[in-house]
Design a protein around this ligand. Sequence first.
Ligand SMILES: C[S@@+](CC[C@H](N)C(=O)[O-])C[C@H]1O[C@@H](n2cnc3c(N)ncnc32)[C@H](O)[C@@H]1O
Length: 183
Amino acid sequence: MSLLVLGVDPEFRFDWSSHHGKDGIEFHQCSIDTFFDSIDPAATYDLIFVDGLHTFEQTYRDILHALRHSHPCTVIAIDDTIPCDVFSTSRSLDDCVGMRYSLTRVADSRWHGDTYKVVPLLTAFNNDLRLITLIDAGNPWTLIRPSLAQRPGAVRDQERLPAPSIHRSAQSALAGASSTPLR
Ligand SMILES: C[S@@+](CC[C@H](N)C(=O)[O-])C[C@H]1O[C@@H](n2cnc3c(N)ncnc32)[C@H](O)[C@@H]1O
């Protein structure tokens, strides 16, 4: 049977090894960077769901990996782009839950980190991509269709930037993000 579903997580919380390799399902217990470094550079996937570390830097890296392994009909779905409140934007789960409880007395563990920053970041630096954020009664997702890209070189240009300069560029993009219309 060909591969149908593949999951990557450094720390699965279930008995993944007894399901690995069966019914077209694979589990890879490693970081997403290690996984993408290990696969065939030409491998592509139909649907890529990004729901990992809740920092915008890692989520942005995950999206760049996903774009590199996309074909024209791939859909990339990004979780955690709509924080539920200001506490949920903390970069640590403990800070999020602790500050929410100490200021509101509400015991609620919902946490999205600063993943939301990837939306203005992609809008500023990968502006050939079309993003759609779905907000309904369920969990909001931002969707990317790489086939909508107008300039295929844009992702490669972004990857050539050294990490500190991505970070600096991100900071300045985020500073001006409120005036940048979302596509
Ligand atoms: C919010 S949970 C979501 C898990 C899963 N998508 C689900 O819905 O059950 C985030 C997961 O990201 C994993 N994670 C953290 N850092 C990661 C990384 N560098 N690469 C891949 N996964 C990572 C964590 O172990 C955790 O299980």
